[in-house]
Design a binder for this molecule. Structure first.
Ligand code: T3D
Length: 266
């Protein structure tokens, strides 16, 4: 059910696509409609070459309160409903993998609370620019669950194992200033400036060498589990590809001609 409104609003501005979660009355909690729509739009943006930067944002006073607990309660009394693991495999996991693997930058523009899978969603993005109202809660434990949708993978890599465990064990709220100080977010701005600042960053990234950013993202993704010698070889492998892009030629030529480069993403 979509509550009679579009659960994800799709906005295009130049080569930037914004996907805005739109269930503000329940702080954008994920029912299946919101989740499958968002997952579908993430996949579409990944495939669409005209999109050179993706922004995940939200309507209303919060980013996302995670899984809709009304639907969880309903599933508890339905013997035909998928178990929690199946639900993750069917809906959340493909979306998280698409965010991590798409070869273009993804920005989370976070206002208000990002809790549970909403926190994981923000963590799965490449960069997080947040309003002063933003907060992050690994809320899973508050309902007896395990952090999912990639939180156990990304969170310790961003903030270290001790902080990640404390957040996951206690389910406490981490406010924007603390999130910045522990490396959970990239930048904090005034709430009123969030959309404009996120768009400014997105437009900048959308006009950078998209192939180069995509290959860089591939390298960082792999570095999370690689050994140094393998990673050095992988960098060399990727550089062969980057060295054959039009944007590489344009970047070098523009520098030598003392003008600003015009990157096309190819
Ligand atoms: O099978 C699977 O899918 C497993 C996957 C699980 C992944 C998960 O995400 S588990 C974690 C689920 N999320 C939570 O446990 C968070 C629950 N919400 C909260 O703790 C609080 O709402 C917040 C800390 C996020 C915000 O608090 P506050 O005081 O700012 O707002 P509020 O008053 O609690 O919420 C406002 C409304 O949104 C309220 O509705 P009402 O009373 O105005 O009609 C509240 O019920 C609703 N809401 C908030 N979160 C959820 C929600 N409704 C359904 N599900 C929610 N998660």
């Amino acid at each position: 059910m979509n509550d009679g409104q579009q659960s994800v609003l799709v906005e295009n501005e130049g080569a930037v696509r914004t996907l805005r979660m739109n269930r503000p009355d329940v702080l954008n909690a994920f029912n299946d409609d919101l989740l499958s729509s968002l997952a579908g739009e993430v996949k579409a943006a990944a495939k669409d070459d005209s999109v050179r930067c993706l922004v995940i944002a939200a309507a209303g006073r919060a980013f996302c309160a995670g899984q809709d607990l009304d639907t969880v309660k309903a599933r508890m009394s339905d013997p035909q409903a998928p178990d929690l693991g199946k639900h993750l495999r069917n809906l959340y996991n493909p979306m998280i993998l698409n965010l991590r693997s798409m070869e273009k930058p993804v920005i989370a523009a976070v206002n208000g609370v990002a809790a549970g899978a909403g926190c994981s969603l923000a963590l799965a993005c490449d960069l997080r620019i947040v309003g002063t109202s933003a907060s992050f809660i690994e809320a899973f434990i508050n309902v007896g669950l395990v952090p999912d949708s990639g939180s156990t993978f990304v969170l310790p890599r961003l903030v270290g194992m001790a902080r990640a465990m404390e957040m996951a064990f206690t389910g406490r709220k981490v406010a924007a200033d603390e999130a910045l100080s522990i490396g959970l977010v990239n930048r904090v701005v005034a709430d009123d400036d969030l959309s404009a600042e996120a768009m400014k960053l997105a437009q900048k990234l959308a006009n950078m060498p998209t192939r180069g950013i995509g290959l860089t993202k591939r390298a960082f993704n792999r570095a999370w589990t690689a050994e140094l010698d393998d990673q050095l070889e992988y960098e060399a492998f990727l550089q062969t590809t980057a060295g054959q892009t039009q944007d590489h030629i344009e970047g070098v030529t523009a520098f030598l001609e003392k003008r600003k480069p015009v990157f096309t993403g190819r």
